[in-house]
Design a binder for this molecule. Structure first.
Ligand code: AMP
Ligand code: ZN
Length: 139
């Protein structure tokens, strides 16, 4: 796992939570970390050593999948140059899931980021949406 010491130290101070993220890459209070470790159930759709993908509990389209890195990164705004491979991998995973779900007519990948971006869960995730005609602009 890449060294997240600087990010964790910067974003979380020196709380017990920081010590946890330094050793495991997960945050005990994070919903998606709990989904990744299986303590909250989910419907797995794709996984490898870098990411985990599961069905969104409130689907906004016939196919609505969340792709999350196993490592706890709060949002896309917390990614840096060291994360370019990880970010590319998440996008690649989305293409694999789109193929598995037969989204031959197209699909949309969304990364809500921060408060203005509508992000509600502070663990980086891609939404893969498809299976219907998606309109633009989004709300
Ligand atoms: P965002 O608003 O971009 O942060 O996306 C968070 C997403 O997580 C929303 O689409 C929620 O429906 C979804 N979500 C919240 N809790 C769960 C859960 N337990 N299992 C699956 N998806 C969830
Ligand atoms: Zn997390």
């Amino acid at each position: 796992m890449p060294n997240r010491r600087c990010r964790a130290d910067n974003s979380r101070g020196s709380s017990p939570e920081v010590r946890y993220v330094l050793y495991t890459g997960r945050v005990m209070s994070c919903l998606f970390c709990k989904i990744i470790d299986g303590s909250i159930p989910s419907t797995a759709l794709f996984e490898d050593d870098i990411c985990y993908a599961f069905a969104d509990i409130h689907p906004q389209a016939p196919v609505h999948v969340l792709v999350v890195p196993r490592e706890h990164i709060p949002s896309m705004a917390d990614c840096n140059q060291d994360d370019t491979q990880l970010m590319g991998h998440l996008l690649w995973a989305a293409t694999q899931i789109a193929q598995l779900r037969n989204l031959d007519g197209g699909y949309r990948v969304v990364v809500n980021t921060g408060e203005d971006g509508g992000q509600t869960v502070e663990h980086l995730h891609l939404h893969l949406l498809g299976g219907r005609l998606l309109t633009w602009p989004p709300g």
